[in-house]
Design a protein around this ligand. Structure first.
Ligand code: SAM
Length: 382
């Protein structure tokens, strides 16, 4: 499977099935990681100012920031707004009026995703984003960049800040040589042979190292990168019966459809998800081994599966309802994985699959209190 040409979050046109309408989990993650983002941005501003005595006190005439894996929907411009507001506050508060009139720095924003992403809907939001910005704030220019972040996207040494949230768990491909060994499963499971975990871990190491090397080429020295990775709590698959309940239960749901004669077992045996949720220390090791960046901070952030944190972040339409949590999670997984599943199993099974899946998730939630694990990290280019 060529992931870059198949993977696509459900577009806004899909209405209630769209990623835009099923990305509350990511929105909570972004909101809860705001203090980390603001602190990282402020540290970067401080260190840029320390590093030069030029007109803008070390600040470039045009500050370039990229968000990689931006998708489409309400989250797309949210992080960018936070970064820019922090920069605005610092630069505007600390510059003399005369100085600002002559040397106002500008900000260029690049929103990146795969070419399959619905960039039309993203770009339609840009005028409103410009209009919301106070006229006294720094000028900002937004553009879209289509392409895989596992390839070069920007000119050499052109970027000051790189951000990516909940995107780097998508691999460039399904690891080689695991299909035959991982029968009846679609990702690393507690009962998968050890080679399956090894193959996934190695593919992630290859992809993430490549990502770091490419961003190092594109970023200026001292540039800052902030990543939010979907991760895991459990160091090794042997440590828990449910290594990755999302995918374990989706595999169980597919097997249910085999029993009903809707899916061929061979089709499950030849399918594995092109994603990997690393353990925090695996991420640290790869960054240190690859060597392009200094790791400044590494933390984890957990969000409950039932998304009860939505209330804390002021999501007005959210009602915590235990009976609906299974459905919400099922819709969320559908919004991110439907394109991949349709590509392999065809469209006809999708409604039945997610009906069964939501039942399995509801049952699982009855006995467990699972959390989504996010790994937050900030790095500086050496
Ligand atoms: C779960 S969405 C996250 C979107 C957004 N950052 C958020 O926090 O809501 C992951 C995004 O990563 C994108 N993605 C996956 N692999 C990619 C790649 N190799 N290059 C660029 N984008 C990629 C997907 O297309 C998807 O839009």
């Amino acid at each position: 499977m060529d992931v870059a040409s198949v993977l696509c979050m459900n577009p806004p046109g899909d209405g209630k099935r769209s990623y835009a309408n099923n990305s509350l989990l990511q929105r909570i993650t972004i909101s809860k990681s705001k203090p980390f983002l603001v602190e990282t941005t402020k540290n970067m501003i401080r260190s840029m100012k320390r590093s030069s005595s030029s007109v803008n006190g070390g600040w470039p005439a045009c500050f370039r920031v990229a968000d990689l894996g931006c998708s489409s929907g309400p989250n797309t411009l949210q992080v960018i707004s936070e970064i820019i507001n922090t920069i605005d506050d610092d630069i505007i508060c600390n510059q003399q009026k005369d100085d600002r009139d002559h040397h106002d720095p500008e900000i260029q924003v690049f929103l990146n995703d795969l070419p399959t992403n619905d960039f039309n809907s993203v770009l339609k939001e840009v005028p409103a984003f410009y209009n919301q910005r106070d006229k006294n704030k720094l000028r900002c220019f937004v553009s879209a960049v289509a392409g895989s972040f596992y390839g070069r996207l920007f000119p050499k040494e052109s970027l000051d800040f790189v951000h990516s949230s909940t995107s780097l768990h998508w691999l460039s491909k399904v690891p080689d040589y695991i299909n035959e060994e991982n029968k009846g499963k679609i990702y690393i499971a507690h009962s998968s042979p050890p080679n399956v975990y090894k193959a996934y871990k190695e593919q992630f190491e290859k992809d993430f190292s490549n990502f770091l090397r490419l961003r190092c080429e594109e970023m200026k020295a001292g540039g800052c990168m902030l990543l939010i990775l979907v991760g895991r709590r459990i160091p090794h698959p042997s440590a828990s019966k449910y290594f990755s309940p999302f995918w374990d239960l989706l595999a169980t749901s597919l097997m249910d459809l085999v029993a009903k004669g809707l899916v061929k077992e061979d089709d499950i045996n030849s399918f594995n998800m092109p994603c990997y949720t690393p353990y925090k220390e695996e991420v640290r090791e790869i960054i240190e081994k690859e060597g392009s960046f200094n790791l400044d901070k590494l933390e984890t952030l957990e969000v409950n599966w039932d998304l009860r944190e939505a209330i804390e972040i002021g999501e007005e339409n959210f009602v915590l309802n235990e009976n609906q949590s299974g459905q919400i999670i099922s819709d969320y997984i559908r919004a991110i994985a439907e394109s991949i599943l349709v590509h392999h199993f065809g469209e006809a099974i999708i409604d039945s699959l997610f009906k069964t899946y939501s039942e399995h998730i509801t049952e699982y939630l009855h006995f467990h209190n699972p959390k989504h694990v996010n790994i937050l990290l900030s790095m500086t280019k050496k």
